[in-house]
Design a protein around this ligand. Structure first.
Ligand code: ATP
Ligand code: MG
Length: 414
């Protein structure tokens, strides 16, 4: 797959020779990235890398890059459903269409639209013409009327401008007319990798995978940390974390998961600190250990799935007491979201089914009957005086298993 930064005009001559009447391409329209000025080359380079990874193993002949769009030319073995599914997970893409490219000739465009219409059954339709190149003679409306009349004659279907079953779309570009019937929504956002790296605290729950995904959608590369209480609890939460990371890797191509065995640290907190503060103290140690991992990973922030008020432990005062244990910023992309919204997003991301499987989460180990809902930083600090904080962090860090993931399994280019 080739990548160049020239505009669509100059790609016309460079397009490999072939029969232009039957050429099929995928036109990909870029999202927010088109608004960037200074960082644009960097963003475009990263997006190119991500698309190459996402499409590795598929039959792609070439790709031409313009300022607003990319034209991907597949080879003869085009697997459109697979290509479609993969592109839907590339952050930075607004939408894309499988197009037939025709020359700038009204008779050939009409023939092309009729051929496309003949392959479908519909009772109502509309034609949408967009003249991106105004040198094409006539107005968009004239062309729409001409093509509409032809399709109506051939199919007997009626024109419906608001709720048509089929929408035949023609985009007049500098080097051809692009015909398609569907704009497939991309995920939008920014290409993974342009915003730096973060460490996400991943439980086996519904929220934290969505929080990680949200930061990916803003261009962050996410490294995952999961805490388990093995051998006090079983390894079910680790298995879930692995399967969640596998799902999430489909959106960022490469991931690393650090599984921290945290049971010994928890045991010492239980032995020396007031029971109501246990959960808050567990979380403070999680953040400290995650922060040390972040430093090794050269990550610039931590991410949690906390959502304000969702459970009684997620009060402002507990959030403040927990965050004070870390110096890195703690991002909480779900802070203002309802559970329903988070669940529907988890379904879209592909993590929901795994998240709802039962597990033994480490925060359920030795949980007191009345956990603090309004903790104070000073109380947490005085409770921690009974502990050797640095030694416990070190102990946590000495029990880390690191796993690497990649998707598609064989990327071929690394
Ligand atoms: P989730 O659905 O993500 O588990 P939650 O609503 O259950 O969130 P809490 O249990 O209060 O909320 O956890 C808050 C956040 O703390 C989680 O979103 C996650 O980022 C982090 N966290 C909790 N348990 C773990 C764990 N075992 N390993 C890593 N991070 C954890
Ligand atoms: Mg949870």
């Amino acid at each position: 797959m080739t990548q160049a930064t020239h505009d669509t005009n100059s790609t016309a001559q460079e397009r490999p020779a072939g029969d232009p009447d039957t050429e099929t391409v995928v036109v990909v329209r870029l999202g927010e990235i088109t608004l960037k000025k200074r960082n644009r080359p960097l963003f475009v380079r990263q997006l190119g890398r991500n698309i190459r990874r996402a499409l590795s193993g598929l039959d792609i002949r070439s790709s031409d890059w313009g300022p607003q769009r990319i034209v991907i030319t597949p080879g003869p073995q085009l697997d459109w459903p697979e290509l479609r599914e993969r592109l839907q997970r590339v952050f930075g893409l607004r939408n894309f269409s499988l197009c037939r490219v025709l020359p700038w000739d009204i008779d050939m465009i009409r023939e092309g639209v009729l051929a496309m219409a003949a392959g479908q059954s519909f009772e109502s339709f509309r034609i949408t013409v967009q003249r991106s190149d105004k040198r094409f003679p006539g107005s968009s409306q004239e062309l729409e009327r001409d093509l509409g009349a032809a399709v109506q004659r051939a199919s007997g279907a009626r024109v419906d401008l608001t709720q048509a079953e089929a929408n035949f779309q023609v985009e007049i570009m500098p080097h051809g007319a692009y015909l398609h019937t569907e704009r497939v929504q991309g995920p939008g956002g920014l290409p993974v990798g342009v915003s730096g790296r973060v460490v996400s605290l991943l439980s086996g729950g519904i929220d934290s995978p969505v929080a990680a995904w949200r930061t990916m959608s803003r261009g962050c590369e996410v490294v995952f940390v999961h805490f388990q209480s093995f051998p006090f609890l079983d390894a079910s939460s680790r298995d879930k974390a692995i399967s969640l990371v596998r799902q999430l890797t489909r959106w960022q191509y490469k991931s690393r998961l650090h599984v921290v065995s945290f049971g010994d640290v928890q045991q010492q907190i239980v032995a020396s600190c007031p029971p109501p503060l246990r959960v808050v103290l567990y979380r403070r140690f999680m953040l400290r250990i995650a922060q040390s991992i972040a430093e090794r990973e050269r990550a610039e922030a931590l991410v949690t799935g906390e959502s304000l008020g969702q459970v009684s432990s997620q009060t402002l005062s507990n959030i403040a007491t927990i965050a004070q244990a870390a110096t890195l910023p703690v991002l909480r992309p779900l802070v203002g979201r309802d559970k329903e919204e988070i669940i529907s997003e988890a379904r879209r991301v592909g993590t929901y089914e795994t998240s709802i499987e039962p597990d033994q989460d480490c925060c359920t180990l030795f949980v007191p009957r009345n956990p603090a809902t309004h903790s104070k930083i000073a109380d947490a600090e005085s409770a921690e005086e009974a502990l050797d904080v640095q030694a416990l962090v070190k102990q946590g860090l000495s029990n880390v298993e690191t796993l690497n993931f990649s998707w598609p399994e064989k990327t071929g280019d690394e």
